[in-house]
Ligand binder design. Structure first.
Ligand SMILES: Cc1ncc(COP(=O)(O)O)c(C=O)c1O
Length: 326
């Protein structure tokens, strides 16, 4: 099998931990968590695995500037800024949303890593402004490398294809892998890794903000393109991609009762922190599916923790996280 250039900075393999008190509280199946919130780069998260390949590619291309974009509280941008600092790149981030009055959480950390920030109020303009930022950098004599939203290119997805190989060596008898999916790189990598390394269970992405049909076509196409980087194209179809968009109706980053309860259940039963945007929502989906009997009680469910906890410290969420609970 061919492979792509890779840097090795993530703390791998990440641990897999059983969550017996959570299983009991839900009267559900065995639950394990794979701790990709502990990948090591700037508080960890799923982007570390993607950036091992993306930053290696940027280096091979002789780039000196990483440009990327995301929401104001993007975890992807925080880890990209950290990787840029670590490997001596400049970094510019195009962030969408209202500029916070006080920098906090990921938005604060981006600036600590020295990233230049361009704020875009309206999402409609963000692609254009990202492109303008890239073009201006070239005019200024820089050699920019565009890290796609969420690091979700064919190159970035390879991080999660190899993550399946890592997971299989950990011998966890998982019937299901459940995780949050948004820009699709994690999902595409898992689908590719499942095929290439022969994982027999199912991988179910809980959508954070995209309709199921859109995810299925995007993820299958991305997994197919990523497979080419391993030497031989595999043509994945929509049927190869399992996704559920029932838990994202409120919209991206809108914190609801499902997220609040999921975060509380993990925190109070296992001392484990989820984040308000991604893993909180994905876990809310998993919990609801357990309650509805979607996962049989004799099955084993692996919740793949993709990180994001710095967002717990964003002003926006603090009151909602504790709510009126004691
Ligand atoms: C914490 C966290 N989990 C999950 C995701 C979704 O991963 P992907 O964009 O690869 O679909 C993200 C993306 O930004 C994230 O920050």
């Amino acid at each position: 099998m061919k492979t792509a250039p890779r840097l090795n900075f993530a703390h791998l393999p990440t641990q897999v931990e059983e969550q017996p008190r959570l299983s009991k509280a839900l009267d559900g199946p065995r639950i394990f968590v794979k701790r990709d919130d502990q990948t090591g780069l700037a508080f960890g998260g799923n982007k570390a695995r993607k950036l091992e390949f993306l930053v290696a590619e940027a280096r091979e291309e002789g780039a000196d500037l990483l440009i990327s974009g995301g929401a104001i509280q993007s975890n992807h941008c925080r880890q990209t800024a950290a990787a840029a600092a670590k490997y001596g790149f400049d970094c510019t981030l195009v962030l969408t949303g209202e500029k916070p009055k006080q920098p906090s959480a990921n938005f604060l950390l981006d600036q600590m890593f020295g990233a230049g920030i361009v704020i875009v109020k309206d999402r409609v303009n963000r692609d254009q402004i990202l492109q303008d930022t890239y073009d201006k950098a070239i005019v200024a004599g820089k050699k920019p490398y565009l890290v796609p939203y969420g690091g979700s290119s064919a190159t970035g997805a390879l991080g999660y294809a190899y993550a399946v190989e890592e997971f299989m060596k950990q011998n966890v008898p998982a019937d299901w892998i459940v995780f949050g999916t948004s820009s699709g790189g994690t999902h595409a990598g898992l689908v590719l890794g499942q095929r290439v390394f022969g994982f027999q269970g199912k991988a179910l992405g809980i959508s954070i903000d995209e309709p199921e049909e859109k995810l299925k076509s995007h993820v299958s196409e991305l997994a197919s393109r990523a497979s080419e980087k391993l030497g031989e194209r595999i043509n994945f179809t929509r049927d190869d991609v399992l996704a559920n968009d029932k838990y994202c109706q409120a919209g991206y980053g809108v914190f609801g009762e499902g997220e609040r309860e999921a975060i509380e259940l993990f925190a109070r039963n296992e001392g484990l922190l989820l984040d308000p945007v991604y893993t909180g929502r994905a876990a809310a989906g998993m919990i609801d599916l357990i309650r509805k009997g979607f996962f049989r009680k004799d099955e084993t469910v692996l919740f793949w923790h993709t990180g994001g906890q710095p967002a717990l410290f964003a002003d926006k969420y603090s009151q909602q996280l504790i709510g009126t609970r004691k």
